[in-house]
Write a protein that binds this ligand. Structure first.
Ligand SMILES: C[S@@+](CC[C@H](N)C(=O)[O-])C[C@H]1O[C@@H](n2cnc3c(N)ncnc32)[C@H](O)[C@@H]1O
Length: 240
């Protein structure tokens, strides 16, 4: 892995304004991810960003859900937009209608995101304008990315939002529990349980025992599934 590009956005962390360095790295499948030295954390698995997203959120999430007319998805952490993008491609392939809501507390700017190689690796460059539309669309309300894909980005912290039975699927893609323990609590999982419709499901790359126990304690039925390359397990939590 080597650094391709660096940016220094100004962000508020713990009530302090700091320059938070972010670097673009290449993961084992050739796709990019972002590394945050301050947190010593990457946005995706170093074993393959696209592989991880395609396995955890598309194969075990989107493709494993019994879709009705329209599927409403909540994502925790819009970040690079990779999960939204892969969902868009899959919805197109399977002829599904998707309403995608994504929370992001620290948005990335398009100038930085445009350096990522997700479009050039996966599809022809004509798709770049759709990926750009996802990133540059307004915050706070649904924007039509295409006739079958609507996107609502919310610039909020997960801890500050209350949802009620609105979603079929949740992509829980927060930074790891050791980096952001406040996003992996029983209270947060109770709020995710409430956000789902009956029969809805949450998928995450995390397979930590305490996380699965806390999810179970708020009502979820837990399935431990094979993880993406480089990771033994991942988790699916179902609201029965
Ligand atoms: C592991 S990254 C994944 C991002 C994205 N799904 C992707 O594929 O690029 C976690 C994301 O959660 C965002 N985040 C961090 N704290 C948050 C919070 N309290 N509420 C909402 N999003 C948060 C980060 O800025 C980052 O974009």
């Amino acid at each position: 892995m080597y650094c391709e590009y660096t940016t220094f956005p100004l962000v508020y962390l713990n009530s302090k304004l700091i320059l938070l360095k972010k670097e673009i790295l290449i993961t084992s499948d050739g796709s990019h991810t972002i590394y945050v030295p301050y947190l010593n954390e990457t946005y995706h698995s170093r074993h393959g960003a696209i592989q991880e997203s395609a396995h955890v959120f598309i194969k075990e999430g989107f493709n494993s859900y019994n879709h009705k007319n329209k599927t409403s998805i909540l994502e925790v952490g819009f970040g690079t937009g990779l999960n939204a993008w892969l969902t868009f491609l899959e919805a197109k392939k399977l002829n599904k209608i998707v309403e995608f809501t994504s929370l992001e507390a620290y948005p990335l700017d398009w100038q930085f995101v445009s350096k990522l190689n997700y479009i050039s690796l996966q599809s022809d460059s004509s798709k770049l304008s759709l990926f750009k539309k996802m990133h540059t669309s307004s915050w706070g309300y649904f924007c039509e990315i295409s006739s079958f894909f609507r996107l609502k980005k919310l610039m909020v912290k997960l801890q500050d939002v209350i949802f009620n039975r609105e979603f079929d699927l949740i992509y829980f893609d927060a930074f790891a529990p050791q980096v952001q323990p406040d996003l992996w609590t029983k209270n947060i999982f109770a709020s995710m349980y409430k956000a789902l419709k009956s029969g809805g499901m949450l998928v995450t790359y995390c397979a930590k025992g305490s996380v699965k126990r806390d999810m179970k304690s708020v009502g979820f039925r837990i399935e431990s599934l094979q993880g993406p390359p480089g990771k033994r397990e991942m988790t699916r939590a179902i609201k029965s």
